[in-house]
Design a protein around this ligand. Structure first.
Ligand SMILES: *[C@@H]1O[C@H](CO)[C@@H](O)[C@H](O)[C@H]1NC(C)=O
Ligand SMILES: *[C@@H]1O[C@H](CO)[C@@H](O)[C@H](O)[C@H]1NC(C)=O
Length: 373
């Protein structure tokens, strides 16, 4: 009898203890949520307010009047940041486990929301192919991106590209950025790009101007090539070979292939004549090395000794294999994955920073969702 009532008393004690814990957790939860709401409330007001340049790299030129419209007082320029997403159907259903998708979210968050890096009114567009799930499109739209669905880019005779690279059609589809003629200029960024500082000033870089196609004395175009467009812009950077580079990197020693531009960071002027010219190259067997189809096509069309050479922007704008030294010297953005950095020897602070962006984005946007629920 005694044992039985003791057991009852014990059960009641356990029950009371568990209830207390649950109550505490529930209260704490509400408290945390409230704290997040307040915090985001402040961020929100700042998001609407004027953006004060926080460093000398950040320049907006004469444009960006009234804080939002990317319209230059002198011309009628409209800019966009564009990133490309494809082929995520095989990726896990849990979007948080899809590393490349998460990288794209980080980029969108840094461009649109993060106070240290956000744009002063330039559109942020994610170009998505038919293989990007509805859940991914919806998530990015909720984060604030403009979603631009596109069909895969095909021409009659592009089998030679698929033969070399099964996902060739996916990769060349990013050339559809040249069809976005509603914008006067575009900065196209790989999804695995991270910002330390605002990028808007890159549109003022002296390499970022639309230029005239050169008339070469002896052009020798292939018979099937479309006519050369009269004007074009392709400004980019070359890739650093590893983390042992100077700031800025030295030609030859620090760059993988000095004359080769990197399709992960490209300033371009949308233009249908340029797009048609690229399509005609896709249509010519072995017009370029199909291993990296988009990058190699562009490096062929914009080769240094050709009629439309690419121009090189300042290396402060973007680098691969970023180092602590690059960070100190004011690197603005980098082409690096947050989840793995096989070529980034040492530089633990850089690796830690990359990983921290992933969780800062998650926390920030979870709170943003609560605020807008
Ligand atoms: C900025 O706003 C002012 C007045 O509100 C207007 O007159 C001006 O045209 C605007 N500028 C641009 C570039 O939109
Ligand atoms: C591709 O080549 C075929 C002939 O082989 C031609 O009919 C077609 O118009 C070309 N397409 C492009 C985009 O150049």
């Amino acid at each position: 009898m005694i044992a039985f009532s003791e057991r009852r008393r014990f059960t009641a004690a356990v029950f009371a203890f568990v209830t207390t814990i649950l109550l505490f957790l529930a209260l704490h939860q509400t408290h945390t949520t409230e704290a997040i709401r307040v915090h985001i409330g402040i961020g929100q007001d700042r998001f609407r307010g004027p953006i004060i340049p926080s460093n000398d790299i950040y320049r907006t030129g004469s444009g960006f009047a009234n804080g939002s419209a990317p319209v230059l007082a002198t011309g009628k320029e409209r800019f966009a940041y564009v990133t490309f997403l494809s082929g995520t159907l095989d990726a896990p259903d849990d979007l948080d486990e899809d590393n490349y998708f998460v990288a794209t979210r980080i980029l969108v968050w840094q461009l649109l929301h993060k106070p240290e890096t956000r744009t002063n009114g330039i559109d942020v567009v994610v170009m998505v192919t038919p293989s990007v799930s509805a859940s991914r499109r919806a998530r990015l739209a909720k984060d604030g991106a403009i979603i631009r669905p596109v069909d895969f880019l095909h021409v009659d005779n592009d089998d030679w590209i698929h033969a070399a690279r099964p996902r060739g059609a996916d990769v060349v589809t990013k050339l559809r950025a040249w069809e976005m003629t509603q914008y006067s200029r575009i900065l196209m960024l790989d999804g695995a790009t991270m910002l330390r500082l605002p990028l808007d000033g890159v549109f003022d870089d002296k390499a970022a101007k639309t230029r005239s196609t050169k008339r070469l004395p002896n052009p020798k175009p292939r018979p099937a090539e479309a006519p050369l467009p009269p004007t074009y812009l392709l400004a980019s950077l070359s890739e650093t070979a590893d983390s042992a580079h100077d700031v800025p990197p030295k030609d030859g020693a620090d760059l993988k292939k000095p004359a080769t531009m990197n399709a992960a960071f490209m300033l371009l002027t949308p233009s249908l004549p340029v797009f048609d010219y690229y399509r005609s190259l896709l249509n010519i067997t072995n017009a370029f090395d199909p291993l990296y189809p988009a990058q190699n096509l562009l490096n062929h069309a914009h080769r240094r000794d050709g009629p439309m050479p690419w121009s090189e922007v300042d290396y402060k704008w973007n680098m691969r294999c970023p180092t602590e030294n690059d960070f100190e010297k004011g690197l603005v953005s980098m082409h690096e994955k947050w989840w793995t950095q096989p070529d980034l020897d040492g530089n633990q602070k850089v690796k830690d920073w990359l990983r921290a962006q992933r969780w800062e984005m998650k926390g920030w946007l979870d709170a943003w969702d609560l605020r807008h629920a």
